[in-house]
Write a protein that binds this ligand. Structure first.
Ligand SMILES: Nc1ncnc2c1ncn2[C@@H]1O[C@H](COP(=O)(O)OP(=O)(O)OP(=O)(O)O)[C@@H](O)[C@H]1O
Length: 260
């Protein structure tokens, strides 16, 4: 199976403070959604930031699409932006309230030089259709949509350029329970249908809600204070956790139905 992202001994220290990540090894494989779990402060968001190329590791190396990810290399970073796209937690603040949905969703196409004009508009319409929204939403503004619909719009924007990986940091934690399930199931569908380009679309999901991780992810990595303490298939980690830390994380979740 093809390797999309890899972290080799990755460490990261913020200017002020202790190491946020230490010696993290991790592989994201095409078609296998990966959940990153851990308590608050464990380093989940920091790891996603590094995988997105927003910061450079202070130790170790990252690889994306088979080549080293050097964030100081602008051309390399530009290619990375086409390869991975983020989905953020808050669908209320992540969409520019002054812009119409059509402009919001097609923006990555213009900024990455993938498509302009009519072609960009057509691709945006396809992306919106893929997330279950009708074509006429393009003329509307973010405030006209619910939280779940806004997160669909954010996902449309993330997939419009045909990335191979979505890095989703708590993408459903601002939503109510039934909407959470719908958005997670949408990510699952997009993974299976291969996103827009018919290529596999693989999700790296950070969530403190283990039932959400269990619903989507095939594999799990458990972070504790910046290091990986456990990893395996979702079934292995959630049904037979080896580490007391993982057992504690699991203790608060009533029912789980892991992916195989
Ligand atoms: N901008 C920053 N400057 C300094 N330290 C930071 C910064 N951002 C995060 N940290 C620290 O780095 C560590 C990891 O934080 P991170 O946000 O990655 O954890 P997390 O697992 O995503 O937590 P949460 O679930 O609360 O979002 C924590 O100790 C945090 O205090």
């Amino acid at each position: 199976m093809s390797e999309l992202l890899r972290a080799d001994g990755v460490g990261f220290a913020y200017r002020k403070g202790a190491d946020a990540l230490r010696e993290v090894d991790l592989t994201v494989t095409a078609g296998r959604h990966l959940g990153i779990v851990g308590e608050s402060g464990a380093g989940k968001s920091t790891l996603l930031r590094l995988l997105l190329g927003l910061d450079a590791p202070t130790a170790g190396r990252l690889f994306a699409d088979g080549t080293p990810l050097d964030v100081r290399d602008r051309a390399r970073l530009r290619a990375h932006r086409r390869f991975v796209q983020p989905v953020f937690q808050d669908p209320y603040s992540s969409l520019d309230p002054r812009r119409r949905i059509g402009a919001i969703v097609s923006e990555p196409l213009r900024s990455l030089g993938i498509a302009h004009g009519e072609t960009a508009a057509t691709r945006a319409a396809h992306a919106l259709k893929a997330v279950g929204l009708p074509a006429d939403v393009v003329v509307r503004f973010p405030h006209q949509f619910s939280g779940g619909q806004r997160q669909r719009i954010a996902i449309a924007r993330a997939i419009v350029g045909g990335p191979q990986v979505l890095l989703a940091d708590e993408p459903v934690s601002a939503l109510d329970m039934s909407t959470r399930v719908q958005v997670i199931d949408l990510l699952d569908e997009l993974g299976q249908s291969g996103g827009l380009e018919g290529r596999p679309l693989t999700v790296v999901l950070v969530s403190h809600d283990l039932s959400v991780v269990a619903r989507l992810c095939h594999d799990i990595v458990v972070l504790e204070r910046g290091t990986v303490v456990e990893r395996g298939t979702t079934r292995e980690v959630l049904t037979a956790p080896r580490e007391p830390y993982t057992q504690r994380l699991l203790a608060s979740v009533p029912r789980l139905s892991p992916q195989s």
